[in-house]
Every structure is written in structure tokens, then in C-alpha cells.
Design a protein around this ligand. Structure first.
Ligand code: SF4
Ligand code: SF4
Length: 100
């Protein structure tokens, strides 16, 4: 009784909520990170709200559905799914520890 109160379960709400907080921050163990080429990214280059597959597929909910698309690197785990799913090949996984 009362189990389905109007309160939203914090673990099922929109992407981006679950991992936000100190505990969800990525430590220094990440081996690679995504870099977006905004000249290839469909919404970023067209200025139109389109694609956002990286936002849709990111298991950590750390991609911002914005123009240009942004990734919160404090929370990104470097899994590479966004790069795999990007139809424009706009995301490249780069070595985290390689100096720029
Ligand atoms: S999946 Fe690729 S093209 Fe689509 S929004 Fe993300 S970075 Fe841009
Ligand atoms: S590398 Fe993984 S965690 Fe990071 S933005 Fe891409 S899909 Fe999300």
C-alpha cells in the first residue's frame, strides 16, 4: 500500500539523473574518451534537432541533447557505445592518457 505514490523512482527517471553525484563521477581509470567532431555531427552541423543517437544509447546518460551535442566528461565512462552508434562517424574514442 502506498507503494506507487506520486514520487518518481530516482533510478528510472530520465537519463542523466542516475549517475549525477559524487559517487557517479568517473575516476582516473577511464582508458579512452569520446571526442565529437562537430563538423560531422548531424545536429551540430545542421543546427537542426536530429539524430541524437549518442544521447539515446549512452548507458550513463551523460550526453546532452543539445546543439552542439556535449558529453559530460566528469561522468562519461568511456564505454565507446556512442562512437559505435553514431551514423556520421563523428565520435572518435581517443586514448585518455595521451597528451594533446
Ligand atoms: S550520434 Fe553522432 S551524429 Fe548523431 S547526434 Fe551523436 S555525435 Fe551527432
Ligand atoms: S563513451 Fe559511453 S559513457 Fe561516454 S558518452 Fe559515450 S556512450 Fe556515454
Amino acid at each position: 500500500m502506498g507503494s506507487h505514490a506520486a514520487r518518481k523512482d530516482p533510478f528510472t527517471v530520465a537519463r542523466g539523473k542516475l549517475c549525477k553525484g559524487e559517487a557517479g563521477k568517473t575516476g582516473d581509470w577511464r582508458s579512452s574518451r569520446p571526442e565529437i567532431d562537430l563538423t560531422k555531427c548531424i545536429p551540430s552541423k545542421s543546427g537542426k534537432s536530429a539524430c541524437f543517437l549518442c544521447w539515446q544509447y549512452c548507458p550513463e546518460g551523460v550526453v546532452k541533447k543539445s546543439i552542439p551535442v556535449e558529453i559530460d566528461m566528469e561522468f562519461c565512462k568511456g564505454c565507446g557505445i556512442c562512437a559505435e552508434e553514431c551514423p556520421a562517424k563523428a565520435i572518435t574514442m581517443v586514448d585518455e592518457h595521451k597528451s594533446e
